[in-house]
Design a protein around this ligand. Structure first.
Ligand code: NDP
Length: 313
C-alpha cells in the first residue's frame, strides 16, 4: 500500500515518520510541488492539507483522500476536478477541546472586561470597573452545531451562560435554545450577545454575516469567528464596530491569510487577532485516526467523517 503525503503550509517529514510507525506495512510517498510520480506505482491513499491544483494530477488513482484538518473548503473548491472517491475530514482528534478553550477564553475576557483592563494596565491605570453584564442577559449563540460547535456550546453552558445554537437540521438539545435553517437565522441573531461562528465555508455560508445580519445583533454584541474568514463581510464588521453597534471581535480566521499588513483590522483596538490557531491539528492523534480509518477501508469496513460533497461539509 502506498500513501501520498502533502502539506502545502508546513513541514511534512514528521507526518511521514508517524505514518511509517502507524502503518509499518505501508510505503509513504512525500509529494512536493513540481514533482512527477508518473514513473512510480500509483498511490492508494492521499493525506493532504492546503492542496494546490498541481496536486490533483497525483490523486487520479487514490481510493480515498484524507484531510489533515476539519475544514474541507480548500479541497472541495476544486469541484469536479477531484476524483470520485471518499474525501475524509479529521474528526475531533483533539480539536474540540482546543476550540472550547479558545471560545470560553474569548467570551469570558469580554464578559469580565479583561479587554478593558488590558487597555487600562497599559496606561498604568488601577481602576475597578462596573460589571458590564448580567450573565442571564448574556446569551451566547453558536452558529454550527457540529463536531466542534457542540463541545463549544456545552462548555459555555457549563460556565453558566444562556446558550442557543443554529444548524441546518433541527435539533433538540437539553438546556439549549435550538434554531434551524435560514428562516430562523434573524431570530437567532436578534437574541445573541456573543456570536460564535463555527460553520463550515460553503456556497450557502459565504458572506453569511454581512451588514444586514450583523446589524440584527443587539447593540453591544461581540463576535468570535473561529471557522473561516469568508463567512464574515469584513468591511461590514469593521463599520459596525466603528459605529459602536458591535462592541468588538475576536478573530482567528480571515479572508486572506496571513492577514495582510495594511489590513485595517490590525489597527482596530476592539479587534483581537490570532493567527488561525484556535484548534491546531494534533499530529500524532490525527495520524492515529487516519491510519485506523485506512485499515478499516482495507478490511472493507465503513468509516466516519466522509464529507458530503453536495452539502459542502
Ligand atoms: P461539522 O461539519 O461537524 O459541523 C458543521 C455544522 O454547521 C453543522 O451543525 C451543520 O448543520 C452546520 N451548518 C452547515 N451549513 C449550514 C447552513 N447552511 N445553515 C445552518 N447550519 C449549517 O464542522 P466542525 O464543527 O467540525 O467544524 C466547523 C468549521 O470549523 C470547519 O468547517 C472549519 O472551517 C472550522 N475549523 C477552524 C479551525 C481553526 O483553527 N480556526 C480548526 C478546525 C475547524 P447540521 O448539523 O444540520 O448538518
Amino acid at each position: 500500500m502506498r500513501i501520498l503525503l502533502y502539506r502545502g503550509d508546513g513541514v511534512i517529514e514528521p507526518w511521514a515518520r508517524d505514518f511509517a510507525e502507524a502503518l509499518p506495512h505501508a510505503e509513504t510517498v512525500v509529494w512536493r510541488e513540481g514533482m512527477s510520480l508518473a514513473s512510480q506505482a500509483p498511490c492508494d491513499y492521499a493525506v493532504v492539507w492546503a492542496p494546490t491544483p498541481a496536486l490533483l494530477d497525483q490523486l487520479a488513482h487514490v481510493r480515498a483522500i484524507f484531510l489533515m484538518g476539519a475544514g474541507v473548503d480548500a479541497l472541495l473548491k476544486f469541484g469536479d476536478a477531484l476524483p470520485p472517491v471518499p474525501i475524509v475530514r479529521l474528526g475531533d482528534a483533539g480539536m474540540a477541546e482546543q476550540m472550547a478553550e479558545y471560545v470560553a477564553y474569548a467570551t469570558l475576557r469580554y464578559f469580565r472586561r479583561f479587554d478593558d483592563y488590558e487597555q487600562q494596565a497599559r496606561q498604568g491605570m488601577w481602576n475597578p470597573l462596573e460589571t458590564r453584564h448580567r450573565k442571564a442577559d448574556f446569551t451566547v449563540g453558536v452558529l454550527g452545531l457540529g463536531k466542534l460547535g457542540l463541545p463549544v456550546l456545552r462548555t459555555l453552558r457549563q460556565l453558566g451562560f444562556p446558550v442557543r445554537g443554529w444548524s441546518r437540521s433541527a435539533r433538540d438539545l437539553p438546556g439549549v435554545e435550538c434554531f434551524a435553517g435560514m428562516e430562523s437565522l434573524d431570530d437567532f441573531l436578534s437574541g445573541t450577545r456573543v456570536l460564535v461562528c463555527m460553520l463550515p465555508l460553503t456556497p450557502d455560508t459565504t458572506n453569511l454575516l454581512d451588514r444586514a445580519r450583523l446589524s440584527l445583533l443587539p447593540a453591544g454584541a461581540y463576535l468570535i469567528n473561529v471557522a473561516r474568514g469568508a463567512l464574515v463581510a469584513e468591511p461590514d464588521l469593521l463599520a459596525l464596530i466603528r459605529a459602536g453597534h458591535i462592541a468588538g471581535a475576536t478573530l482567528d480566521v480571515f479572508r486572506n491569510e496571513p492577514l495582510p499588513a495594511p489590513h485595517p483590522f490590525w489597527n482596530e483596538p476592539r479587534i483581537t487577532i490570532t493567527p488561525h490557531i484556535s484548534a491546531l491539528t494534533m499530529r500524532e492523534e490525527a495520524v492515529r485516526q487516519i491510519a485506523a480509518k485506512i485499515e478499516r477501508l482495507e478490511r472493507g469496513e465503513a468509516i466516519d467523517d466522509i464529507v458530503d460533497r453536495a452539502r459542502g461539509y
